[in-house]
Design a protein around this ligand. Structure first.
Ligand SMILES: [Zn+2]
Length: 550
């Protein structure tokens, strides 16, 4: 009997032990699937995972960033901290990323990166992050990149705090020849993100939480897009697009932040009249070459008047138009005055600087392109998502009343793309916008398109929208065309303000374009080349006529 009891006890103990081992294996697999550490089995591979400060102020030792906007937070109650060690990394800017120190890897082995992330978006938007695994050989030469999908980052708000931070995870196999790995954490908006509890581990999990298993060649991954660009038709090597931020007095002129406007001393009513005359001027210039341009119009450009005293967008007052903020409005007037308060409720005849509706059929007849400069000439980075939605809808309404189809392209007023939230990009996408221009220059953390790299590129996280760089065309820039080069025009002018095109120079530049400079010749049609008219133009070209305005 005693022997039988012992046998039963031994079998029971064995079963319990087996169950325990099976449980441990399951727990281990589960932790590995989440890229969480398993004691004694998965040592931490990420150097300075604790984010200890280095010599560079505000940065952890060994860590780096693409641009300003990444810094240590969490100590002294500043910002957020996931693991209560007093440190977390803040990341700001859609053009930015956080990069880990180099991680030693072995070819063929599988590695995972895990982080916790949270946003306290000033615009009350959740956002997304993506991981990029940048594999390097023993000489630090790139071998290719793996990218994860865009992953949700939960929003923190004081009145409704989330249960937990979001987990951001990616796992990939090191390619042949790999010696080191750099992981980049990339944002999909300008919403502020906090990163903490970052780890890199070996993983045996065979279910990588990503869809992109093969490293992309550096040429593709470095270009940030796997979109294949087809060659230009008919052997063209490039295309040039002429566009105008075209607005009545109800655009940037009456709402100007004129502190940084180099033309602030010019009578705004005179400038509005030039905007009206600019249509005739530019159509005269383009007609001989068959050039079609894009006129980025505000909402009042579509009106023939407003004698019926229509109210638009619920007659908003924009609290963000505050001169104490960094945007430098000259005073606080717009924080208490409705944005459309200056509407004279007249007609194109009585108040021609306020309404350009009579010019819409002129542009349509000339087969010119009319797109959106927003209805209200709002600040894209400061406007709330509700204001964006109302603006996009109202532009569509007034455009359709004049037979203009919904906009597919949008030029940011005042280059105000900095501060766009993930939800703002959602709003643009939902409105059918597929390209944007006039984005924030000069601050790389917000850069979406750069004149230094004159190509359109997909918006991170909203890749169906392309961001295209633009160049101011004004006297100095046109001078630079003489060498056949695209000028970095935006660096030659102060921020904000009206720009005028000395039309004689523009005419000469167009003449050269039509005459064979293929960098500028995409709109030029072979066989339809004509010499610029000289007599009528000569008189007009002595006067500077306004072509474009921020
Ligand atoms: Zn403007």
């Amino acid at each position: 009997m005693i022997g039988r009891q012992r046998t039963i006890l031994a079998i029971a103990a064995l079963i319990i032990a087996l169950l325990g081992v099976a449980g441990l294996v399951l727990v281990t697999q589960n932790r590995q699937a989440r890229c969480a550490a398993v004691p004694f089995l998965t040592p931490e591979l990420l150097p300075n995972a604790a984010l200890l400060p280095g010599e560079q102020p505000g940065m952890p030792a060994g860590w780096s960033a693409a641009a300003p906007g990444v810094e240590l937070q969490g100590s002294e109650g500043k910002g957020f901290d996931y693991n209560n060690d007093g440190r977390a990394l803040q990341l700001i800017g859609i053009g930015n990323f956080v990069q880990t120190p180099p991680i030693a890897v072995r070819p063929g082995a599988s590695y995972c990166f895990a982080s916790r992330a949270l946003t306290d978006s000033a615009k009350r938007s959740a956002t997304r992050l993506r991981l990029s695994f940048d594999w390097r050989d023993g000489q630090n030469q790139p071998l290719g990149k793996n990218m994860t999908d865009w992953q949700h980052v939960v929003r923190w708000q004081p009145e409704a705090q989330p249960d937990d931070w979001s987990a951001i995870v990616g796992a990939f196999d090191a390619p042949a020849g790999a010696a080191t790995l750099l992981v980049q954490i990339q944002p999909a908006s300008d919403d502020r993100v906090y990163l903490d509890a970052m780890h890199v581990l070996r993983t045996s999990d065979d279910r990588p939480p990503t869809t992109n298993a093969q490293p992309l060649p550096q040429s593709v991954a470095g270009g940030r897009s796997s979109v294949v660009i087809q060659p230009w038709p008919n052997g063209y090597r490039a295309a040039t697009s002429f566009s105008f931020d075209w607005e009545t007095a109800m655009g940037g002129l009456i709402h100007s932040r004129s502190v940084d406007d180099p033309n602030a001393s010019v009578d705004w009513q005179l400038r509005a009249m030039r905007m009206r005359q600019g249509v005739t001027t530019t159509l005269d210039l383009f007609r001989p070459y068959g050039i079609r341009a894009t006129y980025y119009a505000n909402g009042y450009n579509f009106l023939l008047g407003n004698t019926e005293r229509r109210q638009f967008m619920n007659n908003p007052t924009f609290a963000w138009a505050d001169h104490t903020k960094s945007k430098k409005w000259p005073n606080d007037a717009w924080t208490s005055m409705p944005w459309f308060a200056n509407d004279p409720y007249g007609t194109v005849d009585s108040d021609p600087i306020w309404y350009f509706g009579d010019l819409i059929p002129v542009l349509l007849k000339a087969r010119q392109d009319i797109q959106s400069h927003t209805f209200s000439h709002l600040d894209g980075g400061l406007a709330t998502q509700q204001e964006w939605l109302a603006d996009l809808q109202t532009w569509r309404t007034v455009a359709s009343e004049r037979g203009v189809p919904p906009a597919r392209s949008l030029a940011f007023p005042w280059s105000s793309s900095a501060g766009m939230s993930y939800a703002d990009w959602d709003a643009l996408l939902a409105a059918g916008i597929t390209s944007i221009t006039r984005t924030k220059p000069g601050q790389p953390q917000y850069a979406l398109a750069s004149p230094a790299d004159p190509h359109c590129r997909p918006i991170p996280g909203h890749e169906r929208i392309l961001a295209c760089p633009d160049f101011y065309l004004h006297s100095q820039a046109v001078g630079a065309y003489r060498g056949g080069h695209i000028a970095r025009a935006d660096r030659r002018v102060g921020p904000g303000g009206e720009l005028c095109c000395p039309t004689a120079r523009l005419r000469r530049a167009l003449g050269r374009a039509a005459g064979g400079d293929r960098r500028l010749a995409a709109s030029y049609q072979p066989g339809k080349n004509q010499e610029p008219r000289t007599k009528n133009h000569a008189a007009r070209c002595r006067t500077e006529l306004c072509c474009c305005q921020r």
